[in-house]
Design a protein around this ligand. Structure first.
Ligand SMILES: O=C1C[C@@](O)(C(=O)O)C[C@@H](O)[C@@H]1O
Length: 251
């Protein structure tokens, strides 16, 4: 299996890489969290910009990004604007979303950038190309906070993300039954077996789906989001437990 190598961090091989989210509203709180997170056992920090009070203030985002980059030292930095349509805090028009992606890429601070599959629409391949030109890997994401689509749809969506050039296709879906959790895990294993060259990130959300956040190495999910004290989505498991279980289940 090949990996996405970012500053020596090999995403897609061995123990899943751990991401912890910053969901603070103010720049001071964001930077305080970054200083704290830089000492924690996590491979990547996600800045959830939609949680920031300046979420649509692009010059402030640029200013904060530079400070965040320094504060996080060697940890990878993932920039995410989770739109309201995908379960986030703030609605952006299509043009605002495209502009946000380009503003973040221009900071030269992004190791990874989240680009929403449906929000990007027809511009997805071009945005991914712009991200690669700027030296950022792309997490192409899709979320369903109400249901788990059939396995065939889950695999098809990850394949479309891969064909668009995404480095890390990502699915976050909500289970309504045990069978739904199995559906997500089966789609993960199928995609990982069919396309080992493209690491994926998948999760079945909520308490019912929590096992999917801990079993990535067995089923083929290359990264997992952990709760460092304040969760950014339903079912996130504490960082301490995630690290303990990933160590225990390491193949
Ligand atoms: O999209 C994702 C995954 C996530 O929703 C989760 O379920 O852990 C958490 C979000 O912060 C992140 O952007």
């Amino acid at each position: 299996m090949s990996c996405v190598n970012i500053r020596g961090c090999c995403i897609g091989e061995g123990r899943p890489k751990v991401i912890i989210p910053i969901v603070e509203p103010t720049e001071a709180a964001i930077l305080e969290k970054a200083a704290e997170f830089s000492t924690l056992r996590a491979d990547c920090v996600e800045w959830r910009i939609d949680c920031f009070e300046g979420a649509k203030d692009f010059p402030t985002i640029v200013h904060c990004a530079a400070k965040l980059r320094v504060a996080l030292k060697d940890q990878l930095l993932l920039f995410t604007f989770r739109t309201k349509a995908e379960g986030g805090k703030v609605a952006l028009s299509h043009e605002e979303y495209l502009h946000f992606i380009r503003v973040v890429l221009a900071t030269d601070c992004a190791d990874l950038i989240d680009i929403e599959f449906f929000t990007a629409g027809a511009e997805l391949p071009a945005l991914i190309e712009e991200a690669h030109t700027a030296g950022a890997a792309v997490v192409c994401s899709s979320h369903d906070f109400h249901k788990t689509p059939p396995r065939t749809e889950l695999v098809s969506r990850m394949m479309q993300m891969q064909r668009a050039g995404a480095d890390l296709p990502k699915l976050a879906v909500m289970p309504q039954s045990r069978a739904d959790v199995l559906e997500l895990l089966a789609a993960t294993a199928e995609m990982a077996d069919r396309h080992p060259e493209t690491p994926i990130i998948t999760m079945s959300m909520g308490a019912l789906g929590a096992v999917s956040r801990l079993s990535g190495e067995a089923f083929g999910s290359a990264m997992t989001f952990a709760n460092p004290g304040q969760a950014s989505a339903p079912g996130q498991v504490s960082l301490e437990v995630v690290n303990e279980v990933l160590d225990a289940l390491h193949l």
